[in-house]
Each structure stands twice: as structure tokens, then as C-alpha cells.
Design a protein around this ligand. Structure first.
Ligand SMILES: [Zn+2]
Ligand SMILES: [Zn+2]
Length: 261
């Protein structure tokens, strides 16, 4: 099992629970050696606060992580980060956020600020926007890894030629930028949904996506995407995901410091 986790939320985003310290204690219990907080980044122009921390919670977030880094320094290495969308018109602000933390991960949840989530619904045209933004994000060089690249399957009920096309585009972009991709351990929190011709599945990891990804020489990372402290201690998530990806092989990142930038 991986001994680091760079995908950890806090209650500031409006849809996670638990204190910051409880996440740290859960990680220690799970024998995680490096824990990175990567809550949903605040954007100055955002208006929806059920999806991300408001800007006025940012300093509290950064101070809390600094405090915990110090307090638990003999037990665990704690890092600060943000999970961010890539919006081309917000690139300058993203640079400011990057300067505040140890790393950024890419989580392309929306096509535009506060505009509908790819996980709620997306059509074939939306997928082109999704791929386009991810390609630009890869080229930006700002990110340590790409979270849940198969996130779009949450907003669909079928896998088709467009899904295949964008999966290749995403993998090519990640390969070119040498950006690892995350196999998300928390896609199962939504339960299963029915996919035409494929039956009931968790939205991600989505086997057909990773079957294509396995053809590329891309490094992969597990991410708990914890929105509750207990998630970090739940081994069944690995077992379930290994079962979903049965037969595929990847080159897993062993040292988080080899990818952090
Ligand atoms: Zn979240
Ligand atoms: Zn995410």
C-alpha cells in the first residue's frame, strides 16, 4: 500500500467533515508517512461555497497546516496544497496560490467558474472542453499530478467513441508533460450507477479509461480524496480499486517528493 496521500480535504470546502488534526491523526493511524492537504482552492471570483473554501478561510487553512506540520513533525510529514481547476483567465491567481503551498493538484471539476460540474452532467461536446482544459493545465507546468482524470464518467451513463478520443488526448497530454495521473480511491462514495451495456459501476476509477491509460508510459498515484478523516484508514478502498483495475499494470510513484513541484 502507498504510504503517502496528497489528496486530503478539510471542512472549509463546505462538503467535508472533521478537524484538520483528526485527518492527521487518522493518517498516522493508517501509517501514512507523508500527508498532503489539498483542499478545493479558493477563487476570488467564486460565488458558490459548497464546492470550495471561501477566500476568507485561506489564511486559517494555511496557518492550521503550518501548526500541524510542527506539532506532528516527529510522527508524520505534512504538506500544504490545493486541488485546483485550470481556468485560463485565472492563471495569474493560480500562480499566487501556488506560491503559498508545497504543491497543486489538478481537479478539473467545472468548465468555468461556478458553472455546472462535469460530474453532474456532460455531453459529447462538454468532453471536448474537458480535454482542452486538461491539455492546457498539463502544459502550464503548475501541477504535481492530475486527480481523477476519469471524473467525467460520473456525469455520463455510457462510454462511447468520444470518451475514447478524450481519454487518449488526456493521456497524451499527461505523458508529454510527465504528469502523473491519480487513481482515485473515493469515487465509490457516490455508490454505483448504471452504464449502458456495461452494467452497474462506480463512476471512477473507470476500467475502460485506465485500459487506455495503461497503453501509455504514465506514472500513477493513489489518492484517497478524503472528505472525512476515517477515509484515510479504510483499506477496503485499495482492494476494491485493485479489483476494478484487474489485469492492468501501471508504474506507481513510490516517493512523493519525486513528483512534487
Ligand atoms: Zn470535494
Ligand atoms: Zn476532485
Amino acid at each position: 500500500m502507498q504510504t503517502f496521500n496528497l489528496h486530503t480535504h478539510t471542512d472549509r470546502c463546505g462538503h467535508a467533515i472533521g478537524s484538520d488534526e483528526e485527518y492527521v491523526q487518522a493518517a498516522i493511524k493508517a501509517e501514512i508517512k507523508v500527508l498532503g492537504f489539498s483542499d478545493h482552492v479558493p477563487w476570488s471570483t467564486a460565488k458558490l461555497f459548497t464546492e470550495r473554501m471561501p477566500m476568507d478561510r485561506k489564511n486559517d487553512y494555511l496557518h492550521s497546516i503550518e501548526h500541524l506540520k510542527h506539532k506532528y513533525r516527529d510522527q508524520i510529514t505534512i504538506l500544504s496544497g490545493y486541488e485546483c481547476e485550470f481556468f485560463p483567465d485565472m492563471a495569474d491567481e493560480l500562480l499566487l496560490r501556488k506560491a503559498e503551498v508545497d504543491y497543486l493538484i489538478l481537479g478539473q471539476h467545472n468548465p468555468k467558474m461556478d458553472v455546472r460540474d462535469f460530474a453532474r452532467h456532460n455531453d459529447d461536446d462538454d468532453l471536448l472542453i474537458y480535454a482542452d482544459l486538461i491539455e492546457q493545465a498539463c502544459e502550464s507546468g503548475l501541477f504535481t499530478y492530475m486527480a481523477h482524470p476519469d471524473y467525467f464518467m460520473k456525469g455520463r451513463n455510457h462510454w462511447n467513441a468520444r470518451c475514447i478520443e478524450v481519454t487518449h488526448r488526456i493521456c497524451q497530454a499527461a505523458k508529454k508533460a510527465n504528469l502523473p495521473m491519480e487513481v482515485n480511491l473515493n469515487g465509490m462514495r457516490y455508490g454505483m450507477q448504471e452504464y449502458v451495456g456495461l452494467g452497474d459501476r462506480f463512476a471512477y476509477p473507470f476500467f475502460e479509461f485506465w485500459q487506455i491509460a495503461a497503453q501509455y508510459d504514465i506514472r500513477t498515484v493513489f489518492g484517497f480524496d478524503a472528505h472525512k478523516p476515517v477515509t484515510l484508514t479504510e483499506d477496503f478502498r485499495y482492494n476494491k480499486v485493485v479489483e476494478i483495475l484487474d489485469g492492468l499494470s501501471f508504474s506507481w510513484v513510490e516517493d512523493p517528493f519525486s513528483i512534487i513541484k
